[in-house]
Design a protein around this ligand. Structure first.
Ligand SMILES: [Zn+2]
Length: 460
């Protein structure tokens, strides 16, 4: 009789979408969840956030968190509220960033539920938030620090190691070893050359690789993001317009501010006020100061980027921005226009053709950001149609994600896995990367189905 410990891997999210990263590894008495993200974008995906979790949260023993972005961490408050009592393991910077992101997410969900109730545009008479600010705060008690590159023991013959992934402060690829078998979760892989972050640690090989594929069918244009940004700022400033930059509060905002500070100091752009409308973006910048070893921005540049912006803190200040005359730049979350204060700015400035909306990160299918890129001329915001006549620009070179070539280069250095599972991409992107892995690396690769379970054989 075979009494060897059995393990399995199950894809609870991020299949056919870039959002909802959740992978479950089950072995013996342990249930280990890698990432616990929110589904975003298309309605049928967002509705999954409201489904009961596929296994009872109280039976999950550990969560291993690759990084703080909400599509990886944003379901944690709901997991805890619904009974999870284990440990959430993450790097110190990820914990600090989650300390900002999760309460902010809870606050936003409460605000949106209240707003929908007041304006009566929800189908529910009493719309409820997915979780509250208080739920989010409570979830922070379950976090435990794991330094990079150290073995984390999770029980008999089970251990994990967090390796730097670039992409965002604290972001990791996670190598999980279960009864002699290694599964590596790429997390979000950063760019080899990023103005802010160090490049990802090389892939060493694993028995199973679960890789992201956000840009699996795309290459970033080989242009200097600073030059692209300077061109846009100069053009819009000349016509007295307002530049609205929707950006994820952490990561993208710091990269943008750094670029703008350098452009301003070198005289490549005129003096244009920069407003940073997210209290969280401000605090996250301070966290970048504290974790100097993870990025390669000098203290001086850090300070310049920190001093660059006027802070918009209160709701009243935020409303005042919408009455202000251009030219100026306003940076505000969320990056895909799925929520946040930036929606009010797009509603105010979107209808005027002198203005510009600059998209700087990946726009998941089903989001307002993706609709703008498709050329939609109106957006539904807070229950009404807002005409968009502002110029819409995407600066892809500002992306925090490796493109398809960079992903393949990252994999190429490692021993070939038995199977590589391609996740965290829209269907075309995931399939394109799968094809290139099979044909260019000669590895076996598959795009898993939602909720599919893979048995992990023990070593022979
Ligand atoms: Zn990310």
């Amino acid at each position: 009789m075979d009494t060897a410990p059995h393990a399995s891997l199950r894809f609870l999210g991020a299949t056919g979408t870039v959002t909802g990263s959740r992978y479950l590894v089950e072995t013996g008495g342990r249930r280990i969840l890698v990432d616990c993200g929110l589904f975003q974008g298309y309605k049928q995906l967002r509705l999954r956030n409201w489904n009961p979790f596929p296994v009872p949260p109280k039976t999950i023993t550990d969560v291993l968190l690759t990084h703080a972005h909400l599509d990886h961490s944003g379901y944690l408050p709901a997991l805890v509220r619904n009974g999870f009592r284990g440990k959430i393991h993450a790097t110190p910077a990820t914990i600090e960033l989650c300390g900002l992101l999760l309460p902010d997410s809870g606050h936003l969900q409460e605000e949106e539920a209240r707003y929908a109730k007041r304006k009566g545009y929800s189908r529910h008479r009493n719309p409820l938030p997915l979780y509250t600010l208080e739920d989010a705060r409570r979830s922070l008690d379950y976090f435990h620090e794991v330094p990079f590159d150290q073995a984390l023991h999770l029980g008999d013959d089970i251990s994990a190691r967090f390796l730097p992934a670039g992409h965002l402060l604290g972001a990791a690829s996670i190598r999980l070893t279960v009864h002699g078998r290694t599964i590596q979760f790429s997390g979000d892989v950063g760019r080899r050359k990023d103005p802010l972050m160090r490049g990802p640690a090389p892939f060493d090989g694993a028995d199973i690789l679960v890789t992201e594929s956000t840009y699996g069918n795309r290459l970033h244009p080989d242009v200097d993001p600073a030059a692209e940004l300077a061109e846009v700022i100069n053009r819009v400033a000349r016509r007295g317009g307002v530049i609205v930059i929707p950006a994820f509060a952490v990561g993208r905002i710091q990269g943008l501010m750094l670029q703008i500070a350098r452009l301003r100091n070198s005289g490549a752009i005129p003096y244009v006020p920069v407003l940073l409308n997210t209290p969280m973006g401000t605090d996250a910048t301070e966290i970048y100061h504290r974790h100097h070893d993870e990025h390669h921005v000098s203290l001086e540049d850090c300070k310049a980027m920190f001093d660059l912006a006027e802070r918009v803190r209160t709701v009243e200040e935020s409303k005042a921005v919408n009455r202000r005359n251009g030219p100026f730049i306003v940076i505000s979350a969320s990056g895909m226009l799925t929520g946040g204060r930036v929606l009010h700015h797009v509603a105010s400035f979107g209808p005027d053709p002198r203005n510009a909306i600059v998209l700087s990160g990946f726009q998941a299918g089903g989001t307002r950001g993706a609709a703008l890129l498709r050329g939609e001329t109106s957006l539904r915001i807070f229950g009404r149609e807002v005409p968009i006549r502002a110029e819409v620009i995407q600066i892809e070179s500002l992306s925090g994600h490796a493109d398809a070539d960079e992903l393949l280069d990252w994999m190429r250095t490692g021993r070939p896995p038995e199977t590589t599972y391609v996740t965290h991409g829209e269907p075309e992107a995931a399939d394109a990367l799968r094809f290139r892995i099979e044909h260019e690396l000669g590895w076996k690769a598959r795009v898993p189905e939602h909720l599919e379970r893979i048995n992990i054989r023990r070593p022979r």
